[in-house]
Design a protein around this ligand. Structure first.
Ligand SMILES: [Zn+2]
Length: 65
């Protein structure tokens, strides 16, 4: 099972994407109000064991499985 994830350079964590602006833990990976094509490049599909944000793990993995 692969999850849409974004890597945050600020806290060095890999988050699970919830929608086009935020991650499961509430982290905003897209600070702009509009979703442009370049934003898709931030999203990488990765297996669950690469998700390092503990809050995304707790909240997110069940949702996508
Ligand atoms: Zn997170």
């Amino acid at each position: 099972m692969f999850y849409p994830t974004v890597f945050d350079k600020g806290d060095n964590l890999t988050h699970v994407v919830k929608d086009r602006n935020t991650c499961n833990c509430g982290f905003k990976y897209n600070v702009f109000p509009t979703f442009v094509r370049s934003d898709f490049k931030k999203i990488k599909f990765k297996p669950a064991n690469t998700i390092t944000c503990p809050r995304c793990k707790a909240l997110g993995i069940k949702k996508f499985s």
